[in-house]
Design a protein around this ligand. Structure first.
Ligand code: PLP
Length: 423
């Protein structure tokens, strides 16, 4: 499918006139319409809820939009819990799916009334010691081991992944938790990331639904919800067929009717914890071409770098690039589009066929709305960019300011030689 930016060149120049590049831009309309489609696709399940994976796009303005769309949040750290709390998410609207969890984070999650999803059987005594009790609603993360057909480079096969409990352990965990007072149970698994097939959720659902039936039958623990977690992907490449969320919802419904309903478990709520699917296509990284270099290859240097978008450097991930205003020009130039880090993997594109790029051209790097800004870092002393929200009415608003040197140096605020740069 042809990839088109959600913003026009005129609008981008207007935004870039107020907020210097690089910046991440988000499309409120796209976010809302997609969230509504997800809800509709799972409307057959009365208890359905999407817990947005905060790590994908940890911005309060985005979280508030998703809250208005009926989403909860999925957190895995103290600050993600704080962000959720600050945005008005409360109690069971928050899922705490963490691993190698510091005890104080269990404490904070419990204080917020969040649903705690235990990554390991040894977390049961840790949680009990930390809280002094076991919450009535509790969830366990499952890892079936072995290989999973839909695995890809972003996540290892289940058998090599650090997450979740074995089959034997989850049965023991349910029995132990029940003895200690838990009353409503959930199960959770995340087996593959960025799947671009309508079969991932239905395949995972079958594994989890059959497990849920056996768990409830053998331990007597009441399974109240099943969390399909994240992993529904997006079509980063123009030649990929995007997921059809209605086909996915329908696929899960079929398995639900086949496995859970006959077992008398037709009241189980389905939860999702999508990050990428909710946001990736509705954000882009906007950057300007600032240098052109001809050596053994043709390079275009841009004012963004891997600290603004790590996925290409980290996973060799493809992100489509549109040279704004040249959408219909022939792609007859082969470029490496590169950032300024002193690391040769700081390349947004390698040997990419693009229209001829002139200095000052605005480039839109697509599908950066999830795991884009949020994976940012400060290597080479590079500063994080701003984030801008394009509202439904065409107005735009800064939803995070760009970092300044004073932000970068703030953790030296006790050090007298830095005073002059601390603002
Ligand atoms: C990262 C993560 C998600 C979201 O994954 P996506 O691939 O962005 O959908 C959901 N749940 C957990 C526990 C995660 O770690």
């Amino acid at each position: 499918m042809e990839k088109k930016p959600f913003v026009t060149l005129e609008k981008l120049e207007e935004i870039a006139g107020r907020y210097p590049t690089p910046f991440h831009l988000y499309d409120e309309r796209g976010i809302r319409e997609n969230a509504a489609r997800l809800r509709e696709a799972f409307a057959w399940n009365p208890g359905f809820r999407e817990y947005f994976a905060v790590k994908a796009t940890p911005n309060p303005f985005i979280l508030k939009i998703l809250r208005e769309c009926g989403c909860g949040t999925d957190c895995s750290s103290m600050t993600e819990l704080m962000l959720s709390d600050a945005c008005g998410f409360a109690g069971h609207e928050i899922m705490f799916s963490s691993n190698e969890t510091p005890p104080e984070e269990f404490r904070f999650a419990a204080d917020l009334g969040a649903i705690i999803n235990l990554d390991d059987i040894t977390h049961i005594p840790c949680l009990e010691e930390t809280l002094g009790y076991i919450p009535e609603t509790i969830s366990c993360r499952y890892n079936p081991g072995g290989v999973f057909a839909m695995s890809n480079g972003v996540m290892d096969n289940p058998g090599d992944a650090k997450y979740g409990m074995t089959t034997a352990q989850i049965f023991t965990a349910f029995r132990t938790l029940k003895e200690k007072g838990a009353k409503r149970f959930g199960i959770h698994a995340f087996l593959a990331s960025n799947t671009v097939t309508n079969e991932y959720y239905p395949t995972l659902a079958k594994i989890l639904f059959e497990l849920a039936v056996n768990l409830q039958r053998e331990t007597g623990a009441k399974v109240a919800f099943i969390n399909l977690s994240g992993g529904v992907g997006v079509a980063y490449r123009p030649d990929q067929q995007p997921n059809d969320i209605f086909a996915i919802g329908e696929g899960v419904r079929k398995v639900y009717e086949e496995v859970l309903v006959p077992a008398g478990m037709g009241d189980v709520a389905i939860y999702t914890e999508l990050g990428r699917f909710m946001l990736a296509p509705y954000g882009c990284l906007v950057t300007r071409a600032i240098h052109e270099k001809h050596t053994y290859k043709e390079y275009i240097g841009v004012d963004a770098c891997a600290v603004n978008l790590m996925r290409p450097a980290m996973y060799g991930a493809y992100h489509h690039i549109t040279v704004m205003g040249k959408e219909n020009a022939p792609c007859d130039h082969k470029y490496d589009v590169v950032g300024s880090l002193c690391e040769n993997n700081d390349k947004f594109a390698i040997d990419r066929m693009l229209p001829e790029i002139a200095m000052g051209d605005l480039l839109v790097i697509h599908d950066t709305g999830a795991h884009g800004f949020s994976m940012g870092y400060n290597y080479n002393g590079k500063l994080r960019s701003s984030e801008i929200l394009l509202r439904e009415d065409g107005s735009f608003e800064m939803i995070r300011r760009a970092e300044t040197p004073a932000d970068y140096f703030a953790t030296f605020d006790f050090c007298d030689v830095m005073g002059k740069y601390l603002g």
